[in-house]
Design a protein around this ligand. Structure first.
Ligand code: NAD
Length: 499
């Protein structure tokens, strides 16, 4: 980016970036073409038109990036003090604050989230960077008692694990990448990021901005390409110490297998089928919009979406009526339309998959109350679908068991709280979940009863890095946020000193 480009308006900056003929990998502080010279095209999901051409990485590209990350890990970067890394994270936050509008335009066109949603996500990003800046200066081991005869002092030290492979999904890469970048910069690790082939552009642009902010060459590298090529090569690379993966459970399983090559440490944030439990005594003024946006936000492409909405039978009619009325206020639109609240889904295959679940649900006997169709007219070339609601769903149905990852909400009636907890737990996933009740004892009974990594009470979807969130069962392991997150980027060294 030249100084003159810095004077451009954010939309023009985004266009200047997008107008590049090919978006190459970012390795060792430079933009470098794929070793094979191969490229892939990415599409704007709002229009179906080709948006950009990105490098198609393979084993050779991953290897070059890992060499760069290893060199940086062993070089000057390892001598940076905690204060230096903390100051760097503060500079990164400043530059992202200044360039956020440019980044959200790129993200909106690349993955389809409406600018209104992305703009609202800025405080969350700033909080995340502030959290990691605080963690940089908060890494400590312990001095421990021991039973060794003589004069032996024992302690533990914390050290960065080394080169981290970060494999990122398409549903929110702009903010999502900072769960990895933040921890890498705070801990003194280095990284090779592999964004999704469907949404790589904000990750590439951020890597350039990080370099401008003073992140040393090789500390954050980006290799783009297909999951089964570049992603697999990264998870199988013998010189990558750790993989931070966010994506589907199926891919998580492949990554576990590939990681055995050098017994990599893994953090896996996988899929979900979360239960959102609305009790008869819930404040429906809050529960209806809360449960609706717990599914429809980001067009249903959120791992912890509360897609199984369990409603106590006494209020199921009122809840449903109010839900449909709330849905009338949602505005589906092009991601750059400032008034749009929901955008398209990411791609034609994803749209086909989501629409196929509409047929599955109807075939299983669920009642489609709203939606279920692709949008035509001005939207016909994009991957838009109507927010959809099924009623009369049972937990045996595939639409209640499988992750749809689109704007499809299922209503499952229940009679008493124990039954709701049992339904919530009857899932292979354990990522999110919520309960809406004005009774603290009912809410806590559900919180304690549901086997899941995160529970919300009378709200849905809050994430704070100080608190963290994570999954259990087939939703993966390893927390995002909280002290446990940093621990994933460090290893413990036990030290015995005889004087
Ligand atoms: P995905 O698993 O298809 O892809 C995720 C990433 O993995 C992409 O970068 C992809 O290129 C790469 N990949 C694919 N195959 C690979 C392989 N064999 N080896 C290595 N890498 C490979 O997921 P997606 O469709 O991009 O994202 C949606 C999924 O992500 C959903 O299941 C959603 O629940 C999950 N997700 C989970 C969280 C969480 O925190 N738990 C957050 C966001 C998304």
């Amino acid at each position: 980016m030249t100084t003159s480009q810095q004077n451009l308006a954010p939309g023009e900056q985004a266009q200047a970036f997008l107008s590049r003929e090919v978006h190459h990998h970012f390795v060792d502080g430079e933009s470098v073409p794929a070793v094979s010279g191969q490229t892939l095209t990415t599409v704007n999901p709002s229009t179906g038109a080709v948006l950009a051409r990105i490098a198609s990485g393979d084993e050779a590209d991953v290897d070059r990036a890992v060499v760069s990350a290893r060199k940086a890990f062993q070089g000057q970067w390892s001598a940076w003090t905690p204060y230096g890394r903390q100051a760097l994270l503060t500079r990164v936050a400043q530059i992202l604050d200044e360039r956020f509008e440019e980044l959200i335009q790129i993200e909106a066109m690349d993955m389809g989230a409406p600018v209104s949603r992305l703009r609202n996500s800025k405080p969350a990003l700033m909080k995340m960077l502030s959290f990691f800046a605080s963690q940089a200066a908060n890494i400590s081991g312990e001095t421990l008692m021991n039973g060794i005869p003589g004069n032996v002092t024992t302690m533990t030290l914390k050290a960065p694990v080394g080169v981290v492979g970060g494999i990122i999904p398409w549903n929110g890469p702009l903010n999502g990448q900072f769960w990895i970048i933040g921890a890498v910069l705070a801990s003194g690790c280095t990284a090779v990021l592999k964004p999704s082939e469907d949404a790589s552009l904000s990750v590439l642009r951020v890597a350039e901005l990080l370099y401008e902010a003073g992140v040393p060459a090789g500390v954050v590298n980006v290799v783009t390409g297909l999951g089964k090529e570049a992603g697999h090569a990264l998870s199988a690379h013998p010189d990558v110490d750790r993989i931070a993966f966010t994506g589907s459970t199926q891919t998580g399983r492949s990554i576990i297998e590939a990681s055995t090559v050098n017994i990599k440490k893994l953090q896996l944030e996988l899929g979900g089928k979360s239960a959102d439990i609305v009790c008869a005594d819930a404040d429906l003024d809050k529960a209806v919009p809360g449960a609706a946006m717990g599914v429809f936000a980001n067009s249903g492409q959120i791992c912890f979406a509360g897609t199984r909405v369990l409603v106590q039978r006494a209020v199921v009619d009122e809840f449903t009526e109010r839900l449909l009325a709330f849905m009338d206020t949602l505005r589906v639109g092009h991601s750059l339309d400032a008034a749009a609240t929901l955008g398209p889904v990411i791609s034609q295959p994803q749209l086909d998959k989501v629409l196929s679940y509409i047929d599955v649900g109807q075939g299983e006997g669920a009642e489609l109350l709203r939606g279920g169709r692709r949008l035509g007219g001005e939207f016909e070339n994009g991957y838009f679908m109507q927010p959809s609601v099924f009623a009369g769903v049972t937990n045996k149905m595939r639409i209640a068991r499988e992750e749809i990852f689109g704007p499809v909400l299922s209503i499952l009636p229940f009679d008493d709280v124990d039954e709701a907890v049992a339904i919530a737990n009857d899932s292979e996933f354990g990522l999110g979940g919520a309960v809406w009740s004005q009774s603290l004892s009912t809410a806590l009974r559900v919180v304690h009863g549901v086997h899941t990594g995160t529970m919300w009470v009378n709200c849905y979807g809050y994430i704070d890095p100080l608190v963290g969130f994570g999954g259990t069962k087939m939703s993966g392991y390893g927390s995002k946020g909280s002290a446990a997150h940093m621990d994933n980027y460090l290893y413990t060294k036990s030290v015995y000193i005889e004087l």
